[in-house]
Design a protein around this ligand. Sequence first.
Ligand code: ZN
Length: 140
Amino acid sequence: MNIKNSDKLYIYNRENRQCFFCGKTLKCHQITLDHYIPKSKKGTKDVFNLVLCCKQCNKLKRNKIPTNYETTILNLFLKAVQDNHITGCSIKLPQKSLKEDLLKVTYIDSLTDHFIFQSNTKKFYVRNNMVFKITLVSQN
Ligand SMILES: [Zn+2]
């Protein structure tokens, strides 16, 4: 599936047209998008799993999952929430409350074909930059 142009533009601007890994400023023809968690490892095309990457770094990284992926993905997710790039899908919650809730997430619960971000009280299931399910964290 293709990455939406609006998502690409968002990522170009977020990274200021620099390679996420080496910081090199990229000309248009040098830009590649890297799945931070590789597609082959069920990495999604959510904006928080995509980073700008020069061809050299992309080659070096290959299909490895970066060891610090949780922190990076979490930070990129929180940034996307701040930038109103994460929305609710069939969630009965105003966007403003959803945003406030999402900014409280502190870790990634598990890796499947979607992401689960968890705060102290709730789990948010995210796919295609959309929250499609919210569950409460059991308190025991
Ligand atoms: Zn690079």
